[in-house]
Design a protein around this ligand. Structure first.
Ligand code: F6R
Length: 612
């Protein structure tokens, strides 16, 4: 959701900025722009639509004397205030045209600020909240851009990551963030900013994660950090270990299918970090999950979207293994609900990006209420990781496709490890049951590989069904939770009307929707409930729906009932979502491609939802 880049160094800035913005395309955007500071002063180019349009617009100018500076900022915009248009695209400037700003986030008091600034002579051109920032900085500008930004920050309410350049201070970029992600990269004779690490990797692997309200001033040869009072701060850099190739398509047609295929490795890496080869002990002491957590009386899981679906599975897992009361909460609901806290609550927050606005708000609320916070996230140095009491990373590598796949299955792996370990500490799971589950977890990466090796079966099925107007997923217990995720995947990238039902709820309403235009896919991995699922499948068949079942390879129970049966390797019932979701991810992917869509960039969606 909005992408920011900035460059100061020896290279021509414009191509570096465009390249960086390309790396951030996955975040979702509807327009793009850059500002370059060079011999001709501050020059701005922006364009509604794909980055390619902007690229074409400036291609003819490069080398002709225009846009020839070695410092600049760039932005991909995901419209919040004002429609996608050239004029609303960033960068935005002040009246004098000397200060340019790119912004990710929302300025909540922009209307109030705007009318005050108009009284002081500001002339607004766009409908954006961002433009007030440029005018406000200009209002406070007395020759030192850093001081003007510090004064402006005190007036801004809401969330922001900002890249700012000023024609009167042409050797520096100011970067600042509050509740929106921004990373600073430091290279040799060049320094950069970006919303996310992939945009920096071509130039450096050494990065600084800005804290909330922290300011970085980037010069060609150094970076200075300040707090909001303007006091210098020392900061440690982090070295990014993952390969730049991890953020490339590596021969796959789309990031999504690449990331689906990366799941066996991602699962293996996430597991091996906590259970050494040949060992049967889960080692979570290293991340601080010690015996003290066993005394906690309740687990509250909060997350959004796919991560919330992982949380629903987490609810079942914590209750089963650790016999602890557990709730899975939608973060955007939770934050406004005046919830009841207890210092004996474990608050488990799940977020791939670690930057989702609602998820962070729920965490901060729980922290205030005295809960102990565990974060499961994929992004080292993210806000979530920095603010939680304890962090367990999913070692999935960068997830670029908007539709989450490997982040989800690795989140599940973390949930199983924590819930099993909590069960061991609380003595609610026996040694044999624990060992069986650990052995079963170890088999999952290879089992995921086997499912992927048979992906053609799913592709063939999708080629017959991709035009179905309604697709429903149903299941019970762990299968219901996996159905939620399967339905979301399909709707977000193929735009098919798709829903998930707890199979027992079918007769309480959803069956009214079932007719001969419907495909119902039943997830059936809970043997104690096979009879019930069999009846549900017959009920939808009697209403002329096409039916498919996903079940274990040694189960023939549904062969005569369903039109199509897909088989997955046998695992323990509570671990099955990691496997059942893979054919559903593949199905969603193939439907999207067969419908002529781009699964990596679904309409209206952004990878990281950093505003409400
Ligand atoms: C769906 C998807 C979203 C995210 C949700 C939370 O494929 O990716 O539903 O799961 O926006 O994002 P994170 O996990 O970054 O907090």
């Amino acid at each position: 959701m909005c992408g920011i880049v900035g460059y100061v160094g020896d290279k021509e800035a414009a191509p570096v900025l465009i390249k960086g913005l390309k790396r951030l395309e996955y975040r979702g955007y509807d327009s793009a722009g850059i500002a370059v500071l060079g011999r001709a002063g501050l020059e701005i180019r922006k364009s509604k639509g794909a980055l390619k349009k902007l690229e074409e617009r400036i291609a003819g100018e490069l080398g002709e004397g225009a846009l020839d500076g070695s410092m600049g900022i760039g932005h991909t915009r995901w419209a919040t205030h004002g429609e996608p248009s050239d004029i609303n695209s960033h960068p935005h400037t002040d009246v004098s045209g000397k200060i340019a700003v790119v912004h990710n986030g929302i300025i909540e008091n922009h209307a109030k600020l705007k009318s005050r600034l108009i009284e002081h002579g500001a002339d607004f051109r766009s409908e954006t909240d961002t433009e007030v920032i440029a005018h406000l900085i200009n209002f406070y500008y007395e020759g030192d851009i850093l001081q003007a930004v510090i004064r402006a920050m005190k007036r801004l309410e809401g969330s922001y990551a900002l890249g700012i350049i000023c024609g009167n201070n042409p050797d520096r970029i100011i970067a600042v963030r509050k509740e929106s992600p921004l990373v600073v990269g430091t290279g040799k004779g060049e320094n950069l900013i970006a919303s996310d690490v992939p945009a920096l990797l071509e130039y450096t692997r050494d990065v600084y994660y800005l804290d909330d309200r922290e300011i970085a001033v980037l010069y060609r040869d150094r970076i200075e950090f300040y707090n909001e009072e303007g006091e210098r701060r020392l900061k440690e850099s982090h070295h990014i270990k993952w390969d730049a190739a991890a953020a490339e398509k590596s021969g796959y047609e789309h990031f999504m299918i690449k990331e689906i295929h990366e799941q066996p490795k991602a699962l293996r890496d996430t597991l091996r970090a906590r259970i050494k080869t040949g060992d049967t002990n889960i080692n979570l002491e290293e991340i601080g999950f010690d015996a003290s957590w066993a005394k906690m009386e309740r687990v509250i899981i909060a997350a959004c979207g796919t991560a919330w679906h992982a949380g629903v599975i987490g609810k079942y897992a914590f209750e089963k293994f650790a016999r602890v009361h557990t709730e899975a909460e939608i973060a955007s609901e939770y934050r406004y609900r005046n919830p009841i806290f207890n210092p004996k609550d474990i608050f488990l927050i799940i977020s791939q990006s670690g930057e989702t606005a609602d998820t962070l708000a729920a965490m901060r609320l729980a922290k205030k209420g005295g809960a102990r916070i565990i974060a499961i996230t994929n992004v080292v140095g993210s806000t979530l990781a920095r603010e939680a009491d304890l962090v367990m990373y999913t070692l999935a590598g960068p997830e670029i496709a908007v539709a989450s796949t490997k982040a989800f299955t690795t989140q599940l792996m973390c949930i199983y490890l924590i819930s099993l370990q909590l069960g061991r500490l609380r003595e609610t799971i026996g040694d044999t049951e624990l060992t069986d589950h650990i052995e079963a977890l170890k088999r999952l990466p290879e089992q995921a590989e086997r499912i992927l090796s048979e992906k053609e079966n799913i592709q063939r099925f999708a080629s017959l069904q991709f035009n179905k107007s309604k697709v429903f997923y149903m299941g019970r217990l762990f299968d219901y939770a996996a159905s939620l995720e399967s339905a979301l995947k399909l709707k977000e990238i193929s735009y098919t009307h798709s829903e998930a039902f707890a199979a027992g709820e079918l007769k309480h309403g959803p069956i009214a929707l079932v007719d001969d235009t419907t495909l119902v896919t039943a997830l059936c991995t809970q043997p104690a409930l096979f009879d019930k699922m069999g009846s549900n499948i017959k009920e939808v068949k009697a209403r002329f729906a096409a039916t498919a079942v996903i079940t274990y390879e040694d189960v023939d129970y549904f062969d005569k009932t369903a039109d199509q049966v897909f088989r997955i390797p046998r695992t323990l019932d509570s671990l099955s979502p990691i496997l059942t979701v893979i054919p559903c991810q593949l199905y969603a992917y193939y439907c999207s491609v067969l419908r002529g869509l781009d699964p990596d960039k679904p309409r209206n969606l952004a990878k990281s939802v950093t505003v409400e």
